[in-house]
Write a new protein. Structure first.
Ligand SMILES: [Zn+2]
Length: 409
């Protein structure tokens, strides 16, 4: 008999976790390695303890919870996602994937079932990148795309380093971040878009992701007085940044439907009333389903900023600090997920992920795949992010069914 996930237990766990770092609007705020993220990690570890899972942390704080198999020589079947959120986070982004994995472990425990291969459930550190850039930091370090020492030195807006935050939160582990004995990797996630709802799809089979390129732009002008300095003598970094932000939006509008671009973060100096700003830092990104179009979007951005710099007499330095994708996930694993969904009479659809996910970093290391469940209204990174109990349960059941086939019984 195939074990079944318990929809009520899974739902309750998601709601219990959402109560850690609650926002007034009903969402969650658990920035990476904050006290809230640390509390959520503690709750997760507490839930894992009675299941007999062994917890290992690596030096970037990634959590690995292992369930032994009957064949010690078999590579582990790994799955999971992330528990950190953006400041305006909802209850499901990342959390669903980790707690669906927890529910897989609980269902196997209920059924008294041992798998042949070991299972490993993962909570990746700092997927969102809201507090410490770049995003997908834990999986990036794990995959060798960012050196551990470099990641540890990255600071948040208050000058607190990743190393310091890891130490303070007690999340730094002893294991060296890097590939483990995994035969494959699966991640369940909410869609974060409206496509599945619009097409009545139960399970999205993620074929791959967009190509995204992230930049920090530093605009340097001249400090001056807002009164006596005539408009033609100003080199206003904030006004130049405003022009940049609109240029990013124009590039995005021209790149739809496959492309997106966003300016998301700004820091302004001296940020003082009475002063024309002289240094402004802006983070932005461009992304497209076709990698070459994302590269063209970057060229358009660089052309726009050269024009703005000339017209306004400011300097604009570009730091292309991160990229992700394009990734094609493993088609055999994708076919397995589809087969498992169809065996449960669920509708499926091939999807391209427009958001970054830890799976993008893991895919080059071992066969990897993702499944999506619908997001009501496509709303995400928002307290109103929502998927129904049934949608969540279907995704977790397909994950369990796939894990069982991959790990063997
Ligand atoms: Zn996520």
């Amino acid at each position: 008999m195939t074990p079944s996930i318990n929809p009520d237990r899974l739902w309750r766990s998601i709601m219990d976790l959402a109560a850690i770092g609650p926002t007034p609007e009903g969402g969650s705020c658990r920035l990476a390695l904050s006290p809230e993220d640390t509390a959520a990690r503690g709750q997760f570890a507490d839930w894992c303890r009675p299941l007999g899972l062994t917890l290992q942390r690596d030096a970037i704080g990634n959590m690995f919870l292992r369930r032994a198999g009957t064949d010690p020589a078999a590579g582990a079947v790994a799955f999971g996602s992330h528990l950190d959120t953006v400041p305006t986070g909802g209850r499901f982004d990342g959390v669903f994937g980790v707690l669906a994995g927890l529910e897989v472990m609980r269902a196997l425990q209920d059924a008294g079932m041992r798998t042949r291969a070991p299972l490993e459930l993962v909570n990746w550190t700092n997927e969102e990148g809201s507090r410490f850039a770049p995003a997908m930091m834990g999986s990036r370090v794990f995959a060798g795309g960012l050196a551990l020492e470099a990641a540890l030195a990255i600071t948040d807006d208050n000058g607190v380093s990743v190393a310091h935050a890891l130490r303070d939160s007690g999340q730094a582990g002893l294991a060296k971040p890097g590939p483990r004995d995994w035969s494959c990797w699966l991640e369940a996630h909410i869609e974060q878009g409206p496509v599945m709802e619009g097409t009545n799809t139960d399970i999205g089979i993620v074929a791959g992701t967009v190509h995204a390129r992230y930049f920090q732009l530093v605009v340097t002008g001249e400090p001056s007085h807002v009164g006596p300095t005539s408009m033609d003598r100003r080199h206003d970094s904030l006004a130049a940044t405003a022009a940049l932000i609109l240029a990013v939006e124009r590039i995005a509008l021209a790149a739809e439907p496959g492309g997106r671009a966003s300016a998301t973060w700004i820091e302004n100096f001296p940020n003082a009333r009475g002063n024309v700003a002289n240094v402004t830092r802006l983070h932005c990104d461009v992304r497209h389903e076709q990698a070459e179009r994302a590269i063209e979007m970057e060229a358009e951005l660089r052309e726009a900023l050269t024009g703005i710099a000339q017209r306004r007499g400011v300097r604009i330095d570009v730091d292309p600090y991160a990229t992700f994708g394009p990734i094609a996930f493993d088609p055999t694993l994708g076919a397995l997920l589809r087969r498992k969904a169809e065996a449960r009479q669920l509708s499926t659809r091939d999807m391209i992920a427009a958001a970054g996910h830890d799976s993008v970093l893991i895919a080059p290391l071992c066969p990897s795949a993702m499944l999506f469940v619908p997001s009501v209204g496509g709303i995400t990174h928002n307290p109103n992010e929502y998927s129904t109990r049934e949608q969540i349960a279907r995704g977790a059941q397909v994950l369990l069914d796939a894990v069982l086939e991959l790990a063997g019984t």
